[in-house]
Design a protein around this ligand. Structure first.
Ligand code: IPM
Ligand code: MN
Length: 358
């Protein structure tokens, strides 16, 4: 198979973890006889430094021309403590999501047997956790208008809005995913308070008639935040709006033992983008210590979701599992005997080739 992949390493640890994901993809190319072409482009603070724009037109074009996009991370501390900064790296991420219509962010949450003791949660509670969050990504309070400051600057406002159409298109994906899993879908909202949440409930309720084999339930987000760490095995597919999804997936990452483990797919109307859920972790940038598994597993999601290469995707996931089980991990997981980012990336690439060598 011949495919074009846009590579957007971004900021902080983005470039070094993305590099390890590329090694895994190259192993897949060799082992399965595929041909991927990679084109790199700037995004985030790196793009602001070079062009003044966190999501330059050239990057947008590279994304549009690609069959899939692999993205690292965005963010730079020099902007974090400057609320008056006119351009911010995160604007690049939000512009990218909006312009490329990346409406559904899929975040799988799994516990790893070898990492159970790394979580502050009890092993008996998290062992066997396996659920996936469908987070709406281009609507809600992240994008709603109007937003800003009152004229005298003494008050500020954001707007949360959703259309039925925005809800339906992601809900459809979540219902379908539930159909391929344990057939349970939980809508997380705040319908006791918010008008937008009531529209979510109404819309998803109507759609349920078309999916008679799916058991649909509803949970308020505050309760869901509690249940996720109290009984994570109670979830299968979770559907929620943008901001709630942002918050509960960071929370859920605690189950996996490290934020560095979690990949994600942002499904678009044309092409999709794949990224680890962690941020740019600037304190670790360039130190060769960041956990590359989230990025590597994002490459695995890319193969499955964008190219339909299920076996290839599994090969990457199995190589990661093997590295985790053998304790071949970075310092966030094993501070006594840590491997470097590069070492872990090389190991996973080697495991992929070994497993497939005949
Ligand atoms: C994420 C991040 C982003 C978000 C930030 C960096 C804008 O936290 O992808 O979860 O809030 O969506
Ligand atoms: Mn987040």
């Amino acid at each position: 198979m011949k495919k074009n992949i846009a590579i957007l390493p971004g900021d902080g640890i983005g470039p070094e973890v993305t590099k390890q994901a590329l090694k895994a993809l190259q192993s897949i190319e060799e082992s399965f006889g595929h041909e991927f072409t990679y084109k790199e482009a700037l995004v985030g603070a790196a793009a602001i430094d070079a062009t003044g724009n966190p999501f330059p037109e050239e990057t947008e074009n590279t994304c549009r021309e690609a069959d899939a996009i692999l993205f690292g991370a965005i963010g730079d501390p020099k902007y974090d403590n400057d609320p008056k900064a006119k351009v911010r790296p995160e604007q690049g991420l939000l512009a990218m999501r909006k312009k490329l219509n990346l409406f559904a962010n899929v975040r799988p949450v799994k516990s790893y047997d070898a990492l159970l003791s790394k979580s502050p949660l009890k092993e008996s509670i998290i062992q066997g956790t396996d659920f996936v969050v469908f987070r709406e990504l281009t609507g809600g309070i992240y994008f709603g208008q109007p937003r800003g400051r009152s004229e005298d600057g003494s008050s500020a406002f954001d707007t949360c809005n959703y259309s039925k159409e925005e809800i339906t298109r992601i809900a459809k994906l979540a219902f379908e995913a539930a159909g391929n899993r344990s057939k349970r879908l939980t809508l997380v909202d705040k319908a006791n308070v918010l008008a937008t949440s009531r529209l979510w409930r109404e819309t998803v309720q109507e759609m349920a008639a078309d999916y008679p084999d799916i058991e649909l339930d509803y949970m308020f987000v505050d309760n869901a935040a509690m249940k996720i760490i109290q009984n994570p095995k109670g979830f299968d597919v979770v559907l929620t709006e943008n901001m709630f999804g942002d918050i509960i997936t960071d929370e859920a990452s605690v189950i996996a033992g490290s934020l560095g483990m979690l990949p994600s797919a942002s499904i678009g109307t044309e092409q999709s983008l794949f990224e680890p859920i962690h941020g740019s972790f600037p304190q670790a940038a360039g130190k060769n210590l960041a956990n590359p598994f989230g990025a590597i597993l994002s490459a695995a999601m890319l193969l499955e979701y964008s190219f339909g290469l299920v076996e290839e995707s599994k090969a990457i996931q199995e190589a990661v599992l093997k590295a985790v089980e053998e304790g071949f991990v970075t310092e966030d997981i094993n501070s006594d005997n840590p491997k470097t980012t590069e070492e872990v990336g090389d190991k996973v690439a080697a495991y992929i080739k070994e497993a497939l060598a005949v």
